[in-house]
Design a protein around this ligand. Structure first.
Ligand code: SF4
Length: 356
């Protein structure tokens, strides 16, 4: 492909114009579109809005398992037979202690994740108190992932100081019935609208590799653009025994990187986060994801260890990116600090992001 093709991708994105569906399809599937110039074109967009900074996020699975929903990809679904740690909402002191560790570890954002269809009014009030406590004690951004919520609940959480609500679209409207039967794409959209109607910033993303077509991924990327979400986690599906989703096609590092580039071109100002499955699917190409994406979780999702956190940090630094912590640009974290991080993250041990 001629260099003008790649230049045009960057220029179109920076001009705020939409790439055609045909062009998006080309990015994902045309072997004439070479990966390195494509990554460079996406990096030009990323660099314009995020320079060479990387935001690192830490997850806390505050409530795990026993979910009444049947999301076919999820180990916490009522239909999953995977052996996982199941626990109801952790005590407040534990959630606060983990917020402190996240802050001290230099994380930009602390993400509280709960399994379940959505919180009861009593739970919303409890979460609001927790958010107030965290925000009063630590200058760290707080994001909450709690399933479906309505406008009154969103209002209470916003008033408590919540910075961002996570609620992923996961896949396109037409593909949605194939991955879940207990709620609809429309339910998910209603939650995002409720959050936006009270002024809450939204984090909403996608899971790649659940048997969808390229056109589904393109539709989701364009929908997220229309919604002007602040942050887009791009997850790569990890087939796990015991979940309903089986026989999904395997992903290649090349394809995963193309998806990240596509999401960057279509959402130039949004944080694009390379999320679950990055280690497994990107393998030796993992570091390349930092060219389209400006954000990642500090460690993986399945029984992640501090060692993994240290490796992630080293990878970010080795590639010449700068870690953005607590809303400020830090100097390059030193290895020693990486070791501190390692120790603290061994205590945190987040397990799995809920894609609520
Ligand atoms: S993704 Fe969330 S809502 Fe769906 S089954 Fe898992 S925990 Fe429940």
């Amino acid at each position: 492909m001629k260099s003008t093709f790649y230049h045009k991708l960057t220029a179109t994105s920076l001009d705020g114009e939409l790439l055609s569906d045909a062009c998006c399809e080309k990015i994902l599937s045309d072997s004439e579109v070479e990966l390195l110039p494509l990554l460079d074109a996406a990096y030009q967009v990323r660099k314009t809005y995020f320079q060479n900074r990387v935001q690192l996020h830490i997850l806390n699975n505050a409530q795990n398992g026993s979910c009444p929903e049947d999301c076919h990809y999820c180990v916490q679904a009522k239909t999953a037979t995977t052996d996982i740690d199941t626990y109801s909402l952790k005590p407040e002191y534990e959630i606060l202690a983990e917020a402190e560790r996240a802050y001290q570890s230099g994380a930009y954002r602390y993400c509280i994740v709960m399994s379940g269809r959505g919180p009861s009014p009593k739970r919303v009030a409890q979460l609001a108190r927790l958010i107030q406590e965290v925000k009063a004690q630590y200058p760290i951004e707080v994001c909450l992932s709690v399933g479906l919520i309505d406008e009154p609940a969103a209002h209470i959480l916003k008033e408590a100081g919540l910075d961002r609500l996570n609620h992923n679209l996961n896949t396109s409207e037409s593909h949605y019935p194939k991955i879940c039967s207990t709620h609809t794409y429309g339910d998910r959209m209603a939650t995002l609208h409720a959050a936006q109607s009270v002024g809450l910033a939204c984090c909403s993303g996608v899971i790649v590799g659940m048997g969808e077509e390229n056109s589904d991924l393109i539709r989701v990327a364009k929908e997220l653009r229309r919604l002007e979400v602040a942050s887009i986690p791009v997850n790569f599906f990890l087939p796990i025994d015991g979940t309903q989703l089986k026989n999904t096609p395997s992903l290649t590092p090349d394809y995963c990187l193309r998806v990240l580039c596509l999401y960057r071109f279509l959402n130039p100002r949004a944080e694009v986060r390379v999320a679950a499955g990055r280690e497994h699917h990107l393998r030796g190409m993992e570091v390349m994801s930092l060219y389209p994406a400006n954000s990642m979780f500090l460690e993986g999702y399945l029984n992640a260890t501090g060692k993994e956190a240290s490796r992630t940090l080293q990878m970010v630094q080795d590639a010449g990116f700068i870690v953005e912590t607590n809303g400020e640009i830090s100097a390059q974290l030193q290895t020693e600090q990486g070791n501190v991080l390692l120790k603290e993250l061994e205590v945190l041990r987040p397990r799995m992001e809920c894609n609520s």
